[in-house]
Structure formats: structure tokens, C-alpha cells
Write a protein that binds this ligand. Structure first.
Ligand SMILES: *Cc1c(COP(=O)(O)O)cnc(C)c1O
Length: 457
């Protein structure tokens, strides 16, 4: 598979794409073509692991030997709490929640991390090399990465999260993992600030070269690629891919729902992808008006989506602009200066032919959590609630899947406030709240983070 950068340069191998994270020219890596999957040939009893191999193999090509790839995949999901890593819950109002929170850190981010980190290790082993990962997190990516890196021989991690903008459960999932390879930094800023620090450090070739730094944010192509699998799996398990499906996807950085777009490009029979946002609605405004304009981040009850710059959006924009790198460069430069991108009606129509969007406010989140509890005795987290509400607003209930992105225990306060009673969700997690925490507090400053990396290497 050949990869290119959205900003125009040719970039070569999968290993390069995996380990660089962001292209040299500032763009995002993207495959030159979409491999095709014939869903008629999959078979409804295909295991999740075998399906994963089928979907991701074409993107990797001969860079990982087939047997090695199978063996990496077959152990990737062994720390999940269910036999199939993905489970399903049909709601009495008709939709199906795709439960993506059976992994060790209870959010969908485990799917990519538990597989991507062993793939890193595979390449690093071959070269007998160590590497430092840097990751900005709105809460869930960080813990998924930390738990995966903790099992790695060759990787260390620097993880940045915005102070007071993640839940205590999320923080403790990160801060209680001990060991020299784990470096956790609380940044006095927003998630977008953390993400900017990561981008600047990666763009500093001298520094990132010297310290062998790579990123595993959702800008990393390999993460998106791995997330394509559960779209196919859902359709396969529901009715052997016979219907047309809608997927409602709680969205922040546009990674997860963009994986759905790729699934459709690869041949899955998706009718519509519903981009479900909270009050940080830059994407909802874009899909309605063609104007992509960032505003101040507001704090909501779905903090993993409190994002105003959706990094993966550039990948969709690239396609909507007929893969013109010069247009992308112009638009992205403009965005850097004015915080604004607008596309013409033709490009907007391309986007709208795949995606619709809904913005869901905190009041509605509470109502959905309450309603789902009352009608189904089922507790959902605020992000998943946004997906459910968006699905209902969009008036397409037939064959609707909602991506259940996190376990409700991660956002316990919101869940218990919504149903106006206590739950027993915390049973079994006592240790997390007894363990001592370890993290550094830093200002919103690239230099302070660089200093941290220098001093611990
Ligand atoms: C990361 C995350 C999202 C948003 O996913 P993106 O890929 O950034 O759009 C939604 N819900 C939860 C629980 C998350 O952790």
C-alpha cells in the first residue's frame, strides 16, 4: 500500500506512517487507494480477530509477515472482559448500542491501542530500538495508551491531559500506573492546547529526532485503520451485512466516525454516518453550513469530546477537495491564521452524502441517560447518550447502530446525577481510589514539556 500526505508529499511505507504519526509537511497520512472488502465472502461467524486481519492486512501489505500479524492480533484483545471484544445491546426503542468499552480502560480507545502498541514493538524489536511516544488526551486515549505501553518492551510514554477537564476516574486510570516508562503531565490549559504542544514537538525535527519521538493521537493513521473493523463486525453480526445501516457516532476529533467513512469506502453498506457532537459543535456547524470555524472550548458532561479542532477532519476535506493538496494547503493555512475554513457547495454536498450531524446539549444527555435507565434498565455514559439522542433526532431509526464509546463508570457523577440515584458501578474499582497518584503539573508551554522529556531521557 502506498501512502501520501494530505499536504502533497509521497511518504512510503506503513511503518513510516505508523511511527511518524504526522507527515513531514504537516499533513496527515492517507492511503493512496481504498482496498475493497467483499462482505458476501466474510461469513457471519468470522471471529473478531480474523476479521481484523482481513481488514487491516491490505493497509500493511508485506511489511508484517502474515503469521506474525495474526499472532499479534490474536493476543491484542486478550485483556478484554468479554469473549468477543465487541458486544451489543439492543434498546427497546429499536437502536443497537455497539459496546466498545470492554477493554482494560473501559473506552473504545483500547481497540486501537492494544493492537497498535504491539505493532510498534514488532518494528522496534526488529531494529533493536527504543522509542518515546507523546500523546495528548481528553481523558480516554491517555489511559488506553498508558495501559498498552506498560506491557511494551521498547516504548516510553509522555501523556498530556488538560487540568480539571477529565474525570477523576480517568485521571486515576493514568496516574496510578507506576513505572519509569510512564510520564504523565497535567497541563494548565485545554485539550486543544495539549494537542498543539504535541504537534509542535513533532514538527521540531531536531528535537523529535534526537529523542526518537512519535505520536499515537487519533491523527495516527494506524488507529483509524484499526477502528474500521468494528463497523464491519457490527453489520456482520446483525444480519450478515444484508441491510443498509446508519451509525451514530459520538464525535470529538473526528477519528472514530471517519473510520466509518473508510468502512463505507471499503464496501460496507452504510447508509449514513451521524456525527453526534456536544456543545463543542464545530463539526455540526460544518456539516450544516460548509463553514468550519473554531470557537472557544466549552466544558461539558462529555469531556472526551470537548474539542474545537477536529484533527482528522483534514482527511475528509482532502477527499471533498478532490484530493487537491494545493487546496488543502491553502485551506489549512487559512485556518491557522483565521480559525476558519469554508468549502463550496459542491464539496459540502460530497460530505453530506456520507454524513449528517446533530448537536446534543447537556440537558438532553441527562434525559437520555434517565430514559434508557427507565425503559431498559441500562446505564449509558454521557458520550454514548449523545450518540443515542443524535440517532433519534436524525429520524433514521431503522438499522441504527450507536457506538457505545465508554463505560458509564468513567463518568459516574453525570450518570448518577442524571438518574437521581446511586449505582453500584464502582464495585470492584476500590483499588483505583486507594492507590497513590503520580503526575507532573506543567504550564501550557512547549518548552516545559520539552524540558520534561529531556530531563527523563
Ligand atoms: C475519544 C472519545 C470520543 C470521540 O472520538 P473521536 O475519535 O475523537 O471523534 C467519544 N467518546 C469517548 C468516550 C471518547 O473517549
Amino acid at each position: 500500500m502506498e501512502y501520501i500526505s494530505t499536504r502533497g508529499s509521497k511518504v512510503g511505507s506503513f511503518q513510516n506512517v505508523l511511527m511518524k504519526g504526522l507527515a513531514q509537511d504537516g499533513g496527515l497520512f492517507i492511503p493512496n487507494e481504498w482496498p475493497q472488502i467483499n462482505t458476501n465472502e466474510l461469513g457471519s461467524d468470522l471471529s473478531y480477530e480474523n476479521l481484523t486481519a482481513k481488514i487491516i492486512q491490505p493497509f500493511i501489505g508485506s511489511e508484517i509477515h502474515d503469521d506474525d500479524l495474526h499472532s499479534i492480533i490474536s493476543s491484542a484483545y486478550k485483556d478484554f472482559s468479554s469473549p468477543d471484544p465487541v458486544t451489543f445491546k439492543k434498546l427497546s426503542r429499536g437502536e443497537t448500542v455497539v459496546e466498545l468499552f470492554n477493554g482494560p480502560t473501559l473506552a473504545f480507545k483500547d481497540f486501537a491501542m492494544q493492537l497498535l502498541i504491539p505493532i510498534f514493538d514488532y518494528f522496534l524489536d526488529k531494529e533493536d530500538r527504543q522509542m518515546n511516544l507523546i500523546v495528548a488526551t481528553s481523558g480516554d486515549t491517555g489511559s488506553a495508551a498508558i495501559h498498552a505501553v506498560n506491557k511494551s518492551k521498547n516504548l516510553n510514554i509522555y501523556c498530556l491531559y488538560p487540568k480539571n477537564r477529565i474525570s477523576e476516574f480517568q485521571r486515576r486510570q493514568m496516574s496510578t500506573v507506576k513505572g519509569n516508562k510512564i510520564n504523565l503531565c497535567e497541563i494548565n490549559g485545554t485539550f486543544d492546547d495539549c494537542q498543539n504542544i504535541v504537534k509542535e514537538i513533532l514538527a521540531d525535527n531536531e528535537f523529535s529526532g534526537k529523542y526518537n519521538i512519535s505520536a499515537v493521537n487519533s491523527i495516527n493513521w494506524a488507529r483509524v485503520m484499526i477502528q474500521v473493523v468494528y463497523y464491519f463486525f457490527s453489520a456482520l453480526r446483525l444480519d450478515n451485512c444484508e441491510s443498509k445501516y446508519n451509525f451514530s457516532v459520538p464525535t470529538g476529533n473526528f477519528g472514530d466516525v471517519y473510520a466509518g467513512y473508510i468502512a463505507k469506502k471499503m464496501g460496507l453498506n452504510i447508509n449514513r454516518l451521524i456525527v453526534a457532537t456536544n456543545e463543542n459543535d464545530i463539526l455540526d456547524r460544518f456539516f450544516k453550513t460548509g463553514q468550519y470555524m473554531s470557537r472557544e472550548v466549552v466544558k461539558t458532561s462529555s469531556p472526551s469530546m470537548d474539542i474545537q479542532v477536529a484533527s482528522n477532519f483534514e482527511r475528509l476535506l482532502f477527499d471533498a477537495l478532490n484530493r487537491s493538496s494545493s487546496d488543502i494547503n491553502e485551506k489549512m493555512n487559512n485556518f491557522k491564521i483565521n480559525g476558519n475554513i469554508s468549502v463550496n457547495s459542491q464539496s459540502l454536498e460530497v460530505c453530506q452524502s456520507y454524513f449528517s450531524s446533530e448537536k446534543v446539549d447537556m440537558k438532553s444527555v441527562e434525559k437520555v441517560i434517565m430514559d434508557t435507565y427507565e425503559t431498559d434498565g441500562y446505564l449509558v455514559d454521557p458520550h454514548t447518550a449523545i450518540g443515542i439522542h443524535a440517532s433519534r433526532q436524525s429520524q433514521q431509526i431503522e438499522n441504527n447502530f450507536i457506538l457505545g464509546t465508554a463505560h458509564p463508570v468513567k463518568f459516574l457523577d453525570t450518570v448518577e446525577d442524571s438518574i437521581r440515584s446511586k449505582t453500584n458501578l464502582l464495585n470492584g474499582y476500590e483499588k483505583l481510589f486507594e492507590a497513590t497518584e503520580k503526575f507532573d503539573s506543567l504550564n501550557n508551554s512547549v518548552d516545559e514539556v520539552k524540558l520534561k522529556i529531556e530531563s527523563s531521557n
